[in-house]
Design a protein around this ligand. Sequence first.
Ligand code: CP
Length: 303
Amino acid sequence: MFKAEKLISIDDLDKEDILELYETTKKIRSINDQPNKKISLLKEFTVANLFFEESTRTRISFELAEKRLSAESISFSAGSSSVKKGETLIDTVRNLIRMKIDMIVIRHSQSGSAHFISSQTGLPVINAGDGTNEHPTQALLDLFTLYDNGLNDKDINIALLGDVLHSRVAGSAIKLWQKLGIRFEIFSPKTVQRNFAAKKTNMSRNLKDFNILYNLRIQKERQNVELIPGEQEYHSFFGIKENNPTKDQYIMHPGPINRGLELDSKSADSPNSLILNQVSMGVSLRMAVLYLLAKKKGSVEPL
Ligand code: CP
């Protein structure tokens, strides 16, 4: 029985919740492969997608997920809203609540914003990325992508490469992997590491020991000072290049990619790359999250 009432952090899910979420995603994934992808499970729900920061994958996949579940869905962009006139986050949300929304998906540049909105509203809130803190649906869909490729927890050994300090994807992924006992090591310049209780390795370690090369985006917009010596230097030490992956290794990246920095185009577009599979799985996984949270709140039919 799914217990979570919100998804702000991987901490909101215990192992049972994660397994139920993945079972639900599997069922929904098969619906998403049919010509008629629409189901009416959330027809009585209104979901507000509040994007105070740019997004392509997360925003569009949530919007699609809501439409496929037949929810009413509204999308808010800070840039074309009264936020531009100085309206605060909480005032914005209070106004939307008066329009009878049932659930909130929020992306914001401030770490803690999703928790704040959850604590102030009591509505089910899904964190679609808050500052450098967490991006739980990304971490969950990434792992589902590996399961979908036939791997199980014991098979997986991840090299996590890049800007861990500023990465909310890393924030969630590391918690998820630790919860499930999945093996991983971090490879990043010392200037963009953070104090996760996880093994950190330098690049002298052979990447061939790992079957997943998970590249994080270099988050230029969150670096106030230059934390890497130069893009070419970074690419040569930490970037994935055509000759790095063996045929049994998968390349992953949450997107958007900085081609030529975290990985070169040949690697990004190679048969080893799961980057676009991750995007496909995002819709099914987010449908499952919306469905399970809605079921906790109201009368929703069984899947
Ligand atoms: N992975 C991810 O969060 O991408 P977007 O910023 O495009 O949503």
